[in-house]
Design a protein around this ligand. Structure first.
Ligand SMILES: Nc1nc2c(ncn2[C@@H]2O[C@H](COP(=O)(O)OP(=O)(O)OP(=O)(O)O)[C@@H](O)[C@H]2O)c(=O)[nH]1
Ligand SMILES: [Mg+2]
Length: 338
């Protein structure tokens, strides 16, 4: 319990730090309103969204929120950090904790990701174990179930995602195979993409949350800074526009993020790759690919900030940074709780 409270306070500190220079007044008033008007029996808590890579954890969280808080891509290991998605409704505040996919790490970065995912489990009030129903259970699904069983007594709910991609002939057998992986309090067939059964799954989660206050202002959707999200949108475009090892070896650092004049934000970012040969691929023929990456990321960032963005990208090599503890720290892949 003490850990849990410390985690909540940590996240609240982050939010305060972020809003120091913008909109603090709005934030404060939201906090006050929130505590006053809660109905009797209001529920709240943290829901760890866990599972092997690429099953749709981030998609599911975004679908619940109706916003793209976490980046999504068809490549596995898209999510690298723990990030919150906060859903406020009259009877409950549900704080989703999106996590990296649970996999056998091959680099220090992978090790960090695994620790991040595993670390979200003991603090959660409910565990949402997400699986991909369009394929048979895999090693990572069983490893996830084992981690949950070893680290938490909280109720675990199984979200059988991508039901839009499974035929009737396979359905029952797959459901049985996934349900046999662990001791689940409940399960639900869902599709993050089509929206099937999301309301039912949400009610199932809320029913298992303890009674409690709002931990975050009602209008706050995430704990992430705009600066972090801008970097993630750039990384998302690299995930979408490059192949094989390249996207996995990319890190994005925002060097400058500044409102140059009202309505125009200037962002300068460096894309780090692991090898010289990867640099040429990210830049592309006569700079074409980097231009595409920049254009699409800029559109996403403009939508987020609701302002015009001037985005300047550069590509640099940091050889084998995924193995280097100092580089990992510089790129933000460190445990925020020390
Ligand atoms: N058909 C279908 N595809 C889905 C569904 N949910 C997610 N996807 C796709 O699955 C891929 C992976 O989705 P993500 O949300 O990034 O998966 P994740 O579990 O967060 O992956 P990591 O962050 O790598 O662990 C993306 O291409 C999504 O569009 C679904 O319900 N149906
Ligand atoms: Mg993800």
């Amino acid at each position: 319990m003490a850990d849990e409270r410390a985690m909540r306070e940590d996240f609240e500190d982050d939010w305060d730090a972020e809003t120091d220079d913008e909109g603090l007044d709005d934030n404060e008033s939201a906090r006050e309103d929130g505590e006053a008007g809660l109905p009797a029996g209001h529920r709240s808590g943290f829901v760890a969204v866990v599972g092997r890579p690429n099953v749709g954890k981030s998609s599911l969280m975004n679908a619940f929120l109706g916003e793209e808080v976490a980046i999504v891509s068809p490549k596995s290991q898209t999510t690298r950090n723990r990030l919150l998605g906060i859903l406020d409704r009259p009877d409950a505040q549900i704080v989703f904790v999106d996590t990296p996919g649970i996999h056998q790490p091959r680099h220090r970065l992978g090790q960090y990701m695994l620790e991040t995912a595993a670390g979200a489990i003991p603090d959660a009030d409910v565990i949402l174990h997400v699986v991909d129903l369009s394929v048979e259970p895999q090693g990572g699904d069983a490893a996830t179930a084992r981690l949950i069983a070893g680290r938490s007594h909280a109720p675990a709910i199984l979200a059988l995602n991508k039901v839009d991609r499974v035929g009737p002939a396979d359905l029952q057998r797959r459901v049985d195979a996934y349900c046999a992986l662990g001791d689940f309090a409940d399960w639900m067939l869902v599709s993050a993409r089509r929206g099937d059964n999301l309301d039912r799954l949400l009610d199932m989660i809320v029913a298992r949350l303890p009674e409690g206050p709002r931990y975050y202002p009602a209008d706050q959707v995430t704990d992430q800074h705009e600066r972090f999200m801008a970097g993630e949108f750039i990384r998302q475009q690299i995930l979408l526009q490059t192949d094989q090892e390249i996207p996995h070896g990319v890190a994005v650092v925002i060097e400058e993020f500044k409102e140059r004049r009202p309505g125009l934000v200037y962002i300068e970012a460096t894309i780090y790759v692991e090898r010289e040969s990867h640099k040429g691929i990210v830049i592309g023929n006569r700079g074409e690919r980097l231009k595409q990456i920049g254009q699409r990321a800029r559109a996403d960032i403009e939508r987020l900030l609701e302002q015009k963005v001037y985005l300047e990208l550069r590509v640099r090599v940091r050889k084998d940074w995924r193995e280097d503890p100092r580089q990992l720290r510089d790129f933000g892949y460190t445990d925020r709780q020390g």
